[in-house]
Design a protein around this ligand. Structure first.
Ligand SMILES: Cc1cc2nc3c(=O)[nH]c(=O)nc-3n(C[C@H](O)[C@H](O)[C@H](O)COP(=O)(O)O)c2cc1C
Length: 332
């Protein structure tokens, strides 16, 4: 049997499949289910600053923050209490499972990132994923300013915790390889491509806006994992669009150290996880690979450049205009 173990952000995982941050990882039971299904690690449902900033419904807030804490916070109390429920969940889950638990944080206020990170480290989290997101909507603010904010957050968090830290990035950033490298230099052990959002829509009957659930894009993720693997100074995990074992194999061939999966498990349940592992194992056996290292990054751009492959083998990762394909396909 092929060895599925992998090292990701300094953590040893039994296999590369991580249950990504979502409702499935927002409770001790969910974490236990994920571990029982065979997950290599779990990323907890993000702790959002908004949860106690009064911008979400009291019911939603109550899932993560105890009523006493909400009351205290609403009266301007200490922020120490905001993370109480999530910290308690980590403590309890650590007693139940052996898989690495990666806490996830999303803040708006710069000074809160390191504070929350420290709370989750103290509760026993094995790692931390910073779910950083800025919508660059201000015409006066250049892209570099948004990108620098990522580095500043990373530097502050790094000063506060000693557990491994990763950053989940959005796909809209202008110079992803450069930013990823800068993050690694600031102490980031892994980047996760990509963050995911609610998407806007417009109801043309009543002229109202609404949000819909976005879709992870496997091919976009594949492109950037392949272009950045081995070139940015830290591990890369993918997040987006995995529906079957083949997708996991592709992402590892592109250079991913781990693969996060959320929607598939939300729709089909965690019972789908063993099938992904079986599919990966069967493919490795069929190709005679003993471990993930035997083929990880084999089709990354860096490996293609260094090997004797035809350079055009990596062309698919670069090509985004369709003129040639269109011509050859339709004989124009
Ligand atoms: C219902 C739902 C809730 C999510 N909540 C979070 C979250 O709290 N934090 C986060 O970083 N990502 C969150 N995500 C994004 C997922 O972790 C993942 O990045 C995204 O869904 C793309 O991967 P997928 O195609 O496997 O679903 C959520 C996704 C869904 C569908």
């Amino acid at each position: 049997m092929a060895d599925l173990t992998t090292s990701f952000m300094g953590l040893e995982l039994a296999n590369p499949i991580i249950v990504g941050s979502c409702e499935l990882t927002g409770s001790v039971e969910g974490i236990v289910h994920a571990a029982e299904a065979g997950a290599g690690a779990v990323v907890l449902k993000s702790f959002f600053e908004e949860q106690f900033a009064g911008e979400v419904s009291p019911e939603e807030r109550g899932r993560f923050v105890s009523p006493e804490a909400i009351d205290y916070l609403e009266r301007g109390g200490l922020l120490e209490y905001a993370t109480q429920n999530t910290a308690r969940m980590i403590e309890e889950a650590k007693k139940e499972v052996n898989v690495p638990i990666i806490a996830s944080v999303n803040c708006r206020s710069p000074h809160l990132w390191p504070r929350f990170a420290r709370h989750f480290e103290e509760a026993g989290a094995d790692g931390l994923e910073l779910n950083i997101y800025f919508l660059p909507f201000d015409p006066q603010t250049p892209g570099s300013e948004y990108e620098n904010s990522h580095i500043e957050i990373m530097e502050e968090v790094r000063k506060s915790v000693s557990i491994p830290v990763s950053v989940k990035l959005s796909s809209g950033l202008t110079a992803l390889p450069h930013l990823s490298k800068k993050l690694a230099e600031a102490g980031c052990q892994a980047v996760v491509y990509f963050n995911w959002f609610l998407q806007p829509d417009i109801n043309i009957s009543n002229l109202e806006t609404r949000t819909i659930i976005g879709k992870g894009d496997l091919h976009q993720t594949l492109r950037w994992v392949a272009l950045c693997a081995g070139r940015v100074g830290c591990d890369i995990a993918s997040s987006g669009g995995v529906r079957r074992a083949d997708d996991i194999i592709k992402l590892i061939l592109a250079g991913a150290s781990a693969v996060q999966v959320a929607s598939l498990f939300l729709t089909q349940g965690l019972a789908a996880l063993p099938g992904l592992l079986d599919g990966l194992q069967a493919w490795m056996d069929e190709h005679g690979y003993q471990s993930l290292e035997d083929f990880r990054g084999e089709l990354s751009w860096k490996r293609q450049q260094l090997s004797f492959h035809e350079p055009r083998d990596a062309e698919a990762f670069f090509r985004s205009q369709y003129i040639k394909i269109y011509r050859s396909k339709f004989r124009v």
